[in-house]
Design a protein around this ligand. Sequence first.
Ligand code: AHR
Length: 493
Amino acid sequence: QAQTNISVSVSDKAEPTISKYIYSNFAEHLGRGIYDGFYVGDTSKIPNTNGVRNDVIDALKKMKIPALRWPGGCFADTYHWKDGIGDKSKRPAIVNKWWGGVTEDNSFGTKEFLNMCEAIGTDPYISGNVGSGTVQELSDWVAYTTSDNKNPMSDLRKTTGRDKAWKVAFWGIGNEAWGCGGNMTPEYYANEFKKYSTFMSSGSGKMFRIASGANSDDYHWTDVLMKNIPQGLIEGIALHHYAIIDWDHKGPAIKFTEDQYFKTMKSALLMDTLVTKHSAIMDKYDPQKKIALVVDEWGGWYDVEPGTNPGFLYQQNSMRDAMIAGATLNIFNNHCDRVRMANLAQCINVLQAVILTQGNKIILTPTYHVMEMYNVHQDATLIPVTVNSDDYVFGSEKLAAISASASKDKNGIVHISLVNIDPNKNHKVSLNLDGKKFTVVKGRILASAKVQDYNSFDEPNKIEPKEFNGAVIKSNTISVNMPSASVIVLALN
Ligand code: AHR
């Protein structure tokens, strides 16, 4: 059997921190993401806190979700925040133009979102409307949410929201400005960004302004933004990339073929090239890495489940999604010098969700379990790894079978996360710990017989993390026999 060798450079050299915000999520007014996902309303029989499901709050707390992006996506550039404040019976109903043309009654607005974030213990990331909004509207939203000084917007909050300002650091200035956010050129958008950013100032605390970033490999977009936007006006620049086979033939979320699996993984692993190249462009203009690369939409995108509204983007979540999550988070960890936030698309009932709901039932998906297993890396110090991976071969093509990342937490515990994306073969992995000796190894594994396996409402716990005792330490080498399509996280001290 071939072997993958990984050298893990455990040293006292200063290394960057893996920002916890890499583990953030995204929740758009799309399909059953907000309504029937997070929010059931305070008259629902489903146990809730101010209308937000208690089982969702508990699950997301356990997963340790550090930030949540809202209200879009494409929806953000049609959203006028004043529609979603005050007496619910007086809030205007609008048409959700991008997602199924359904009625949006605005019953979940700014106050509901920000109070929900406090209940979950997550930081809000608000995506502002540039496409159909105004500079005044966005700067008013900032004042409404964050200012404790006397001004018309804090007065409005006191009569429609609450007395005390919330803390909102993360602000997106438009979304996909090259597409649904206004079909702009990067030059035009850079000017728009500067105008919006100039007039945004937070009441208290630091403000983190994120520019609408490139679509996958549109490196020109990043270059123009970095060249034209002065550093004092910007803290982050976004990037969107979905693991997708082909926009016209996305294939099913479950019951996919190995060909479809291979193509999805190939698209997911492209993330490494994308963050490497976008980071290199950013390095040219910002060698001190002051501006973060924020991958604020990523994940697998398939056909919707048969019989569901095509505009709702509801898809099941299988071990393939666990592979995407594990491998992508390893990429982000290893690029944490520049990637300092990422938002999985999307949190509940939309695309690569961590939670699916049906009436009063919920499922924690394989993606949820990976996010929860990996939360040990949040705010830990990166340990560089070099992976010489064995191949996952499919027909005449191949991909690296194994990916890894490692970190040391504040208690000195070293965590190593490993993914074997090969759906057919176990792979032997040998971890060389660079001269350091470790005595205790604890591990957890997520695996299932087939990469098509998933948690259903009838069998919600089919896939969940189990204790893993298969890591063998000899001197400063750890050997692990990784089952096909598995994710393992080891803890060493
Ligand atoms: O996540 C779904 C959609 O994908 C978002 O609204 C948009 O930003 C992207 O194209």
